[in-house]
Ligand binder design. Structure first.
Ligand code: NAD
Length: 480
């Protein structure tokens, strides 16, 4: 549960929009100030994309949404607001002017973060009043999905500011890392910059194309980095010989080899710019930025979900999500009886899959069974089960088709626990067409709770059992 009720976002572009989405989707009321005429439309699109991605990432986290209000002035946005995040263009003079204004109108105890990718907080806070409130909170795009935020203090940042900021970002489901020394571009962008400079050389020298460089990254160490970073990955490369041996025997001599151009950066002249732009356009083909963003988000959702189910507590970015869900479960408004729809929880929304249809284009028996199994899987996630180790296996199914439709488009499925004993769970499901809510089928299913490692039945454990009881005993919400 977030530790604040309201926040202000100054600058509502790619990053400000991402912050607004993360804050609002954590139940926080967000006030936005951005003078651009199309800012509201851009930001609304970003928030809708974010809501879609977050609902897939974690159905149990997408229950409450804070209101987003556009303000006519910066003063209106920051007045009486405990947390202000600035995301205006990366120019020191612009940032300084905006922070001077924030300093004038923000409450004395507010936290004031800047999304700058590399400017020093000492310079940004130089001409503001109350500079002890200001620090860098550098996120990664898309802010609503990627958990990392680098926190950097300037010379005038207060001793308590960074520890308060750390708690705040944790409550937003993020992974704050406090950077120990204030340096240009902090840590993440420095690492990226070194890879970027080397890539420019490889492209300049015709060693590889844009497409080939991206394939090399995304099909090999990119996947390793997503779950173990750099040093842990090398540690595994060292195997039993250990890191010391590996560093002395392998890396030390390598560092003297001519394996990098890093100190010698190619001129980003018109020819090189044209070369990159042409290859990048060809790589994207007909796909729009919005389509590519959705593909990227779906991929990130899949990776982070997989990492959440790794081991008992998740791994890397997945461990951050698991911890955020655990905290949210303790205060989840969705578990109150009034939060349940009479028909149950809407946990599964999906486009119709070709394999669900029979040769006449109707939803087949196996299609229904697949949808119901997926909704049971979504229920397991909602209950906070560790789905790497435990699962619900279908034992009996009673299906009632209400209507056969041959143009289904997307569907959604609701699920409601009816009864359970030590190892069995009985659930009631409704499958609807998403476009108009048309009921297609209802089903009663009995599932067995299994330990997937021993392949034996086993009782549902806490905290999932407690959440199951609360759900099953919840009374339907009264009609509005
Ligand atoms: N794009 C990224 O991948 C990324 C990642 C991390 C951090 N950042 C940092 O985030 C900040 C914003 O970057 P972006 O990519 O969102 O830029 P952007 O150009 O998409 O958005 C900037 C927004 O600020 C608004 N703006 C300009 N002057 C303003 C003012 N005086 N008051 C309020 N709003 C104002 C603009 O209208 C625009 O909507 C930069 O400091 C950037 O370095 C960017």
């Amino acid at each position: 549960m977030a530790s604040i009720a309201s926040a202000a976002v100054i600058g509502g572009g790619v990053i400000g929009g991402g912050w607004a989405a993360r804050l609002a989707l954590n139940g926080i009321a967000v006030k936005v100030y951005d003078p651009a005429p199309d800012a509201e439309r851009t930001l609304t699109d970003i928030v809708e994309n974010a809501a879609r991605a977050l609902a897939k990432l974690s159905p149990s986290l997408s229950l409450t949404r804070g209101a987003i209000t556009f303000c006519a002035s910066l003063e209106e946005a920051v007045a009486q607001t405990p947390f202000i995040q600035e995301s205006v263009p990366e120019r020191l003079a612009v940032k300084q002017a905006v922070h001077a204004e924030i300093g004038k109108f923000a409450p004395a105890g507010a936290l004031v973060g800047s999304s700058t990718s590399g400017l020093l907080p000492t310079h940004i806070q130089a001409s503001m009043s109350g500079p002890e409130r200001m620090f860098v909170a550098h996120p990664y795009n898309p802010v609503y999905l990627l958990p990392l935020v680098e926190l950097v203090a300037g010379k005038q940042t207060g001793a308590q500011t960074i520890s308060k900021a750390r708690q705040l970002f944790q409550s937003l489901g993020m992974k704050p890392v406090v950077i120990r020394k204030e340096i240009d571009a902090f840590v993440g962008d420095r690492l990226l910059e070194s890879l970027w400079r080397e890539a420019l050389w490889l492209l300049h020298d015709d060693v590889a194309t844009v497409d080939e460089i991206d394939d090399i990254i995304s099909h090999s160490f990119g996947l390793r980095w997503a779950q173990m970073g750099l040093f842990m990955t090398y540690r595994l490369g060292a195997r039993e010989a250990g890191m010391r041996h590996y560093l002395n025997e392998f890396f030390a001599p390598c560092l003297k080899w001519p394996w990098t151009h890093l100190m010698d950066v190619p001129e980003l002249d018109a020819a090189l710019v044209e070369k990159i732009a042409e290859q990048s356009d060809a790589q994207a083909g007909d796909r729009s930025i919005r389509e590519l963003e959705r593909i990227r988000d779906d991929n990130l959702v899949a990776i982070i979900r997989a990492l959440r189910n790794s081991g008992a507590a998740g791994w890397g970015a997945g461990a951050v999500l698991a911890e955020h869900e655990r905290r949210a479960a303790q205060t989840a408004p969705g578990l109150r009886p009034s939060g349940l729809r009479p028909s149950g929880l809407r946990l599964l929304e999906a486009p119709v899959q070709p394999q669900w249809l029979d040769e006449h284009g109707y939803l087949s028996d196996t299609g229904y069974a697949d949808i119901l199994c997926q909704s049971i899987q979504a229920l397991c996630h909602h209950l906070g089960m560790n789905t790497a180790h435990f699962g619900l296996r279908m034992d009996q199914l009673k299906l009632n088709r209400t209507l056969d439709l041959d143009s289904l488009m997307d569907i959604y499925c609701t699920v409601r626990p009816i009864a359970w004993d030590d190892v069995r769970l009985q659930t009631f499901h409704q499958i609807h067409r998403q476009a108009d809510g048309q009921l297609l089928a209802t089903a009663e299913m009995t599932s067995i709770h299994m330990d997937l490692r021993t392949r034996r039945e086993c009782p549902v454990e806490e905290p999932a059992l407690e959440r199951l009881k609360t759900l099953a005993e919840a009374r339907p919400a009264p009609p509005h």
